[in-house]
Design a protein around this ligand. Structure first.
Ligand SMILES: NC(=O)c1ccc[n+]([C@@H]2O[C@H](COP(=O)([O-])OP(=O)(O)OC[C@H]3O[C@@H](n4cnc5c(N)ncnc54)[C@H](OP(=O)(O)O)[C@@H]3O)[C@@H](O)[C@H]2O)c1
Length: 327
């Protein structure tokens, strides 16, 4: 099979197509003919040599894909050759074929085409597991989503809005904020021009956000704690602003607040299977009825993985950038 690999860590030009042996399914595993994959920011870091795959995972990039079941290993009961699915991966998605533990496959939600389905697994599993399963966001609460126009942000806004929650979000331009409003954001903040703490508190009678979904890490830690409501939960899932900062525990204690930091990729297969099952049960019906849609910025061929990385690196995108396998 052909797969995108990194010859020497570096810029987008480090991504090259190489021949790799076709994977064979072991017990509880499935091989997919990949139809499309999608770019995640973690792929950019992996390409630069800063984010090695977890032990045992493929060194081929790609944390999610859609495809057709090509082979099933011993003991696999739910899936059959020919099934159309999407999958959460620990790696290997930028390829013609990929090996997946059976619990990390999900049915394609009704009404979603197989290429678009590649935009869903990573954002759905990340947002559902962090904001709902872990932070327990409730309909009577306010969610603040940083980076609302990105892949994660566009999904988080729609999902929280569909479940009846008030949504606040940050983005770096008026155009991006307009998209966020269309997706259901009630409070929008251009982080280049205004202080999100002031705006969110102003819009919530001084209460603040009950849950914050944060992509920035260090640079936003202090202000994220400031914006938290009493008994608020800050969930840090990205470190675009660095990994080390000072935390004022006194401030957090007075709010009885929580800071949670989590990454999906390193979680055990069983955890990922639990999350995928929960996403199929709770999130897919909202996708199937049109309340939550995949937001796709562009589709590029797998052979132009470098071009796809450039788009995400420039942050000129809204939603997801897909890589489509040419056959
Ligand atoms: N922990 C996990 O399991 C997990 C899983 C998936 C993703 N993630 C992380 O989640 C984050 C978002 O992922 P993604 O796929 O949505 O990436 P993405 O599509 O590139 O979105 C990132 C967004 O961040 C925005 N941004 C940049 N600087 C900002 C700032 N100072 N304040 C607010 N927003 C800012 C960018 O928009 P502007 O143009 O508006 O600046 C961009 O839309 C990444 O850090 C990623 O690594 C974590």
């Amino acid at each position: 099979m052909r797969a995108v690999v990194v010859t020497e860590p570096g810029g987008p030009e480090a991504l090259t197509l190489a021949e790799r042996p076709d994977p064979e399914p072991g017990p509880g595993e499935v091989v997919l003919d990949v139809v499309a994959s999608a770019v995640n920011r973690a792929d950019l870091l992996q390409r630069q040599g800063f984010y090695p795959p977890p032990p045992g995972a493929s060194d081929v990039l790609g944390l999610e894909c859609s495809g057709v079941v090509a082979a099933v290993g011993p003991g696999v009961e739910r899936w059959q050759v020919g099934d159309e699915v999407c999958a959460l991966l620990a790696g290997g998605g930028y390829a013609e074929k990929v090996l997946v533990p059976e619990g990390q496959l999900m049915a394609v939600p009704d009404g979603i085409d197989l290429v678009e389905a590649a935009a869903l697994p990573e954002v759905a599993c990340t947002v559902w597991s962090n904001v709902f399963m872990t932070a327990g966001l409730r309909p009577d609460e306010t969610l603040l989503v940083h980076g609302g126009a990105g892949g994660i942000g566009t999904f988080a806004i729609q999902l929280a809005h569909a479940l009846g929650t008030r949504v606040a979000t940050t983005a770096g331009s008026e155009e991006k904020l307009a998209v966020c409003r269309d997706l259901g954001a009630d409070i929008t903040v251009n982080y280049r021009e205004a202080d999100f703490v002031e705006v969110v508190k102003g819009a919530t009678d001084g209460r603040g956000a009950d849950v914050v979904l944060d992509n920035m890490g260090a640079t936003y830690l202090e202000r994220n704690v400031d914006v938290l409501a009493t008994e608020g939960r800050l969930v840090v899932i990205g470190m675009q602003g660095g990994s080390k900062a000072e935390l004022d525990l006194g401030k957090l204690m007075r709010k009885r607040g929580a800071v949670i930091a989590a990454t999906l990729r390193a979680r055990p297969t069983e955890d990922k299977a639990t999350i995928c099952a929960s996403v199929e049960e709770h999130v897919w019906p909202l996708v199937a009825d049109g309340h939550v849609r995949p937001v796709v910025h562009t589709r590029l061929p797998l052979s132009d993985a470098a071009g796809a990385h450039r788009v995400v690196e420039e942050s000129s995108h809204v939603g997801k950038v897909l890589l489509v396998v040419e056959r």
